[in-house]
Design a protein around this ligand. Structure first.
Ligand SMILES: [Cu+2]
Length: 290
């Protein structure tokens, strides 16, 4: 069975993501609810769900908060491999026009479909996908991520050790979410995002980026648990305004028609060796994986 990206997106919406598919995309038919097929692995078949009954989940926009004093990075969060941070920076000195944000990594209840029960996910501000950043070229962002994840979570996957990577963006090494630069439960870490390309090529920075957990050895499970969101960065070309009269503007679908959608594939077990998240918007059709 050959799947196009459109098929994957369609089925991702039907099933509310493929989180209930331990076998990954190869078992899509078994979970569709219409095929009646069954899986043979330890989890059994996914429960049936009715297609096309839930609206698309659209994350809220991340809102700036009043400016706060930046802080030095924590140095003593112990990674699952026993190491501690290798890039320690801060307090950061940021340009005066910097926008400040504060997001909290915490558990939250989420139902992936109205026919399925609530699940305890881990999300930025307790939701998944997390709040969507909408930023403009030349206006930097300082984001404080606060880790309030439970240390002894009785259910599910993931470890409460986090690093935040803004995927595809240009940022300094200490702000890049290097897998060893982690912060633990009760700690927070500041990240500075310049929101300008540093290579003059404009190839990545102004596009559909996403941010996600990046801690060493546990990136897959932490992202799978919900620690991922969108980061839309605009400039005068990809301006985020389909009515833009600037001749340089692409006038791509904007606002409520520029919506992030994420789907998941991979193993749902703690021993997962791989998992990935793909993201796309109606405007740019950008696709990325961790
Ligand atoms: Cu990534």
């Amino acid at each position: 069975m050959k799947l196009t990206r459109r098929d994957i997106l369609r089925w991702g919406m039907v099933t509310g993501g493929t989180a209930l598919l331990p076998g990954g995309l190869g078992r899509l038919g078994a979970a569709s609810g219409s095929s009646g097929g069954g899986g043979s692995d330890q989890f059994g078949p996914s429960p049936p769900t009715r297609p096309f009954v839930d609206p698309l989940v659209v994350p809220p926009i991340a809102m700036p908060v009043p400016r706060f004093a930046t802080q030095a990075d924590p140095t003593n969060c112990v990674n699952v491999d026993g190491t501690t941070a290798v890039h320690v920076s801060g307090p950061r000195v940021v340009p005066p026009n910097t926008e400040f944000f504060r997001l909290t990594e915490r558990p939250g209840l989420h139902s992936f479909h109205r026919d399925l029960p609530q699940n305890v996910i881990w999300g930025y501000d307790g939701i998944q996908p997390g709040p969507t950043f909408v930023t403009r070229s030349g206006t930097p962002a300082l984001v404080r991520f606060v880790n309030q994840l439970p240390e002894n979570d009785p259910v599910g996957i993931g470890e409460p050790i986090t690093a935040v990577h803004r995927h595809g963006g240009f940022q300094a090494p200490e702000d890049d979410g290097y897998p060893l630069d982690t912060f633990c439960t009760g700690q927070s870490r500041d990240y500075f995002f310049p929101n300008v390309p540093d290579d003059g090529l404009e190839q990545n920075e102004h596009s559909t980026l996403w941010y996600h957990d990046h801690a060493i050895d546990i990136t897959g499970v932490n992202v799978y648990r919900g620690l991922a969101g969108f980061y839309l960065n605009f400039d005068e070309v990809d301006s985020g305004n389909e009515l833009d009269d600037d001749p340089r503007a692409l006038r791509l679908p904007s606002g409520e028609f520029d919506v992030g959608s994420s789907s998941r594939t991979g193993s749902s077990t703690r021993t997962a060796s791989s998992s990935s998240t793909t993201s796309t918007t109606t405007a740019s059709s950008a696709t990325s994986s961790s």
